[in-house]
Design a protein around this ligand. Sequence first.
Ligand code: FAD
Length: 452
Amino acid sequence: MKNFFQSISGIKSILKNLDIEKLNKLSQKVDLNEMMGVVSSMSDEDLAKMMKMMKSGGKKKAIPPINGDFYELGKTLPEKEREIQLKVREFMEKEIRPIANEYWNKAEFPMHIIPKMAELNIAGLTYKGYGCPGHSALLEGFLAMEMARVDTSISTFFGVQTGLAMGSIYYCGSEEQKQEWLPKMQKMEVIGAFGLTEPEVGSAVAGGLTTTCKREGDEWVINGQKKWIGNATFSDITIIWARDLDDQKVKGFIVRKDNPGIHPEKMENKMALRTVQNALITLKDCRVPESDRLQEANSFKDTSVVLKMTRAGVAWQAVGCARGAYEAALKYTNDRFQFGRPIASFQLVQDLLVTMLGDLTAMQTMVTRLSIMQDNDELLDEHASLAKVFCTLRMRDIVDQARELFGGNGILLEYDIARFVADAEAIYSYEGTKEINSLIVGRAITGHSAFV
Ligand SMILES: Cc1cc2nc3c(=O)[nH]c(=O)nc-3n(C[C@H](O)[C@H](O)[C@H](O)COP(=O)(O)OP(=O)(O)OC[C@H]3O[C@@H](n4cnc5c(N)ncnc54)[C@H](O)[C@@H]3O)c2cc1C
């Protein structure tokens, strides 16, 4: 009898402490009897663990800021240049991120962004004079990275304008040619393209260029085809590289869009960098005045000066593409819940994120040093080639790992990651493939040329 009254008073005290309203709510979600059965059969240790997990699940955990520049390399820029880096980041986030997938999907270029980009005053960033700001190669690298971090197509468009097209005129043009074109290109009033690759000659372009030029009086006549030429469907001028039939040397020409001998045709059905407008150009008896021949381009060696600089830029683009993918994946892993927890809390997921961050940090450190060498005038072809090989290889791994973390959503354009995966393929191949850049480094370190 005593035990009976003890039990009754125990139940009374339990009931007194129970919040009936909460109990009622809970009973609408779960079978209370079943739940009590499961909970009461748990060990003390498991119960304690469950309570801890439930308590932490109640309040939202503060997530650390997402930052793919783990060693804060951006902070090594002088204050003024750091401000420009952050201004470009803001531009990319505000103006480009919201439209990136739409234009990629349509395979169209957002022409309306050109005047807005011009306002950033970053074209011809490192050149001195001709309205160019004369900043460091290091800043130029960071800007290529910032652009590719959001949209690799936009960084490619910009790289063609500022590096390949303006660079050809800056390094290989006469004083008059620089005066005529560079200030307008800096303001992005004139858009340029760079035509070197041909349908039948890519990697072997140095010795195998088949587009020809022949001098006739004060004019040159150019014949041949160029493939993959970025921006060339709408460019005002295209730099065309051709072999002189008389001395067999490679020469460069500024070909204007209204020249009746140049016919650019948009290349369709690309699976990467779809926003970039690549053209197949046919040059048929294209007549160019001697005054539009790049006066300081006397052989392929002069073209290589431009390519060395732009190759360094492509290594930075690879860092940007990888960083964009890593940051998107890190965010996603905190947003996406499986088994009642954010997938970021799983050990295997963290392992993958850390592997990506390690590679990304190595890439960023490498290109930072590369640009410092460029600023010190110490950059050699093999330095740029090694960075291009290493960074594009690591980028390919990082975008794949990032895509893996998105599961099925990784193949949907709206999550951005599919675009990074696809675009990485183009960067991997252009400005010299992995094999060609490896051969450049291999020749430098062994003293033997393995090019056939
Ligand atoms: C999206 C995009 C944009 C581009 N933009 C431009 C542009 O604006 N202007 C321009 O002039 N060009 C541009 N290109 C061209 C680009 O530079 C070439 O695609 C690149 O140089 C490779 O040439 P290819 O495609 O003809 O490949 P190929 O030269 O045919 O090579 C095919 C494969 O063979 C391998 N290979 C070739 N030779 C050797 C060798 N000796 N040893 C070992 N392997 C070898 C290559 O590494 C590669 O794996 C662009 C390309 C792309 C994809």
